[in-house]
Design a protein around this ligand. Structure first.
Ligand SMILES: [Ca+2]
Ligand SMILES: [Ca+2]
Length: 669
């Protein structure tokens, strides 16, 4: 591209806008008649409170802090997903990963080859490209491997996270924690052979790539550190250097050691740019792929409470990795380019990792992908250099969706639903004002019902157009009838009973052993695993609506029933009730079979704490009148879940052993 065309492509006139105290952007771009180099450093599982420049004193990140001081820090920098793989798909394509069917971590599929990755686009524009560290978007086929996706130099592992001291040389160990370290397509010797530490090895390879990069062509390096993801491993040399930090516990200090090793690497990369004389010709982006995980450390309890600083820190935010709360999605995010981007600027409008690819591609003179979907992110440079006015925002709306979790942010308002956030799921749709309450501790959904509904509709308009997930997991709460006028009523949804569909009018409720059901829908669960339980929806006997659920008690099957796990609050009293009726004539439940309704209290993980059971029912069950059974109990200290169970011990039923259930309810008493 001729220089004039290139500048036009960037939207720069000959008299470009001056950035106070900076070179003009076009003088920087044209000084050597070449395009800038680009370094994107993507940390793993680093939370908002894990960098010094956010004001945290129990962590040491002098080199990352120096990037913020010498560049632009984003006060509201988001990732498009709060877990590894989808976040990486977003940053490496500039497209909402859900539009490519990649909403969640999975080993299936891959970034469609019809959608160019940043490497493929930059290579076509004459860049030398490197991907160092965690690839993490591997997919099943060879066509998804880095060297097939525009990467000139690859060093790292194809799959998820990695042991820092060990690797395998067996190509079959692809998805293990010690998966092979690859140099392009060849497997490297074991890490344990060299006594290396993976964080340092990635730094060394990045520095080496920069040193040997051809001076005639710009380079692009994507450095995807495994740090600071588990496992919790760090050499003593780093621990010695963090001894003086004022940490609230040893595990936070260990985490600080791991972080310091990565921070050293950031410094080494910037030093390499300086030594090569290209620091002012290089855009450096630093960010994390998602926020603080909810499972941290070695000391029980491994599952942490919202707002708790453990090893990694979510700072002031609620939420963890995996959630759509700010603690999962708002991350450290910096753009550094001395002389071009202002130094020490704090940019406060929301931005997202999807902006990285369009920003980088604009520097290469490309405004949209050659094929496939257009960018959802935007070129941030006009916003950062003052070519756009200060009140113009890069994004009107941002969206998040992973399986059943979703969120939308428009202006300062954010609507979100976190039903699959482990033991701290939310069963209602929530509304927060992020400007007043960035931590999302004050739910305003009842205060601003119209605003909540507008955001829900806006979300559904976007979400209903998404394609199915390549993971094969269905998104159970997608409003796919939105275009036909179906609307989810937020107030009605939030007012629903603790467990819905106890009347069994919905086919989903009869699915056996559903792996991760919505927390508020009855599901069939049976023990032991094995031959399919004989149960299902029927209209033969019903108390309400069109259907009830029948269970057939086979001789020899020791135990089965109908169970649902529901989040509960300790100290509150709950009541489970259900209507039951026996089968008639030959199909009736007979013999010694007996069952009960029970409330089984459970903590975050692990065994039951205690239970309460209703009186036993069985052969006395009427075959002509529906009978109501109920059990009530107070959630004991430590209870986070209640398993609501209608179970039957089936020893010795002489008939066909069928009984029916309808109109189950679980409610606050
Ligand atoms: Ca991650
Ligand atoms: Ca019914």
């Amino acid at each position: 591209m001729k220089r004039r065309d290139f500048l036009n492509a960037l939207g720069l006139s000959a008299a470009a806008t001056m950035v106070p105290g900076c070179r003009t952007l076009n003088s920087a771009l044209s000084a050597e008649g070449s395009r800038p180099n680009i370094v994107v450093i993507y940390a793993d599982d680093m939370g908002w409170g894990d960098v010094g420049y956010h004001g945290f004193k129990d962590i040491a990140t002098p080199n990352i802090d120096a990037l913020a001081e010498g560049g632009v820090e984003f006060g509201q920098g988001y990732v498009s997903s709060s877990i590894c793989m989808p976040s990486r798909v977003g940053v490496l394509t500039g497209v909402y990963q859900q539009r490519l069917g990649m909403d969640t971590n999975c080993g299936k599929g891959g970034i469609p080859t019809s959608q160019p990755m940043i490497f493929e686009m930059l290579r076509k524009e004459g860049y030398q490209t490197a991907s160092i560290g965690k690839w993490g978007v591997a997919g099943e086929g060879e066509e998804f491997r880095p060297n097939r996706r525009g990467v000139d130099f690859f060093y790292g592992s194809l799959w998820g996270s990695h042991d820092y001291y060990k690797s395998s040389t067996d190509p079959e160990d692809l998805r293990k924690w010690d998966s092979p370290i690859m140099r392009n397509t060849a497997i490297e010797p074991d890490i344990q052979d060299s006594g290396g530490y993976l964080t340092e090895m990635l730094t060394k390879e990045t520095v080496s790539f920069i040193e040997r990069a051809d001076d005639d062509k710009p380079f692009f390096v994507y450095l995807a550190h495994y740090a600071v993801h588990a496992p919790w491993q760090v050499p003593q040399v780093y621990m010695d250097r963090v001894q003086n930090l004022d940490s609230h516990d040893d595990e936070r200090k260990l985490f600080a050691g791991m972080t310091l090793a990565m921070d050293d690497g950031v410094g080494a990369v910037v030093d390499a740019l300086k030594r090569k004389g290209v620091e002012e010709d290089t855009l450096v982006v630093f960010m994390s792929d998602n926020g603080t995980p909810n499972i941290q450390g070695r000391k029980p309890p491994l599952y942490k409470d919202r707002g708790e600083t453990t090893m990694s820190s979510p700072g002031p935010f609620k939420g963890f990795k995996g959630d759509v709360y700010e603690g999962g999605t708002r991350v450290p995010f910096i753009a550094y380019w001395p002389g071009v981007l202002p130094a020490g600027k704090k940019y406060e409008h929301p931005v997202v990792n999807l902006d990285v690819a369009p920003t980088v591609m604009s520097l290469a003179g490309v405004s949209r992908p050659y094929e496939g979907l257009d960018f959802d992110g935007v070129d941030l440079l006009p916003y950062l250099t003052g070519r756009k006015s200060a009140d113009e925002k890069p994004h009107d709306v941002l969206y998040w969706r992973r399986q059943e979790n979703y969120a939308i942010r428009k202006g300062d308002w954010k609507l979100c639903f976190n039903p699959i956030s482990g033991s701290q799921s939310s069963r209602t749709i929530q509304l927060f004002n992020i400007a007043d309450d960035p931590g999302e501790w004050k739910d305003l959904v009842d205060v601003e019902p119209e605003r909540a509904q507008q955001l829900q509709d806006l979300f559904d308009a976007w979400d209903s157009r998404l394609i199915p997930s390549q993971s094969g997991l269905a998104t159970l709460n997608r409003n796919s009838g939105y275009a036909e006028g179906n609307r989810i009523n937020v107030a009605e949804f939030n007012a629903r009973s603790l467990l819905s569909n106890g009347g069994f009018e919905d086919q989903d409720s009869a699915k056996g052993n559903a792996s991760e059901p919505l927390p508020d829908l009855w599901r069939l669960w049976y023990f032991p695993e094995g031959p399919a339980v004989i149960a299902g929806l029927t209209d033969r006997k019903k108390r309400s609506g069109e259907r009830s659920l029948f269970l057939k008690c086979r001789k020899g099957d020791p135990y089965y029933g109908f169970v649902q796990r529901v989040p509960v609050e300790e100290g509150k009293t709950y009541r489970l009730s259900a209507y039951l009726i026996n089968g008639s004539g030959e199909e009736a439940l007979t013999g010694k079979s007996h069952g009960s309704l029970s409330l089984q209290w459970r903590g975050r993980r692990g065994p039951e704490i205690s239970r309460v059971e209703s009186g036993s029912w069985g052969v006395g069950l009427s075959d002509s009148e529906w009978q109501r059974f109920a059990v009530e109990g107070k959630a004991p200290p430590g209870a986070r879940y209640c398993s609501c169970a209608i179970t039957l011990f089936s020893s010795g039923s002489k008939g066909k052993g069928i009984f029916y259930i309808d109109d189950c309810e679980f409610e606050l008493s």
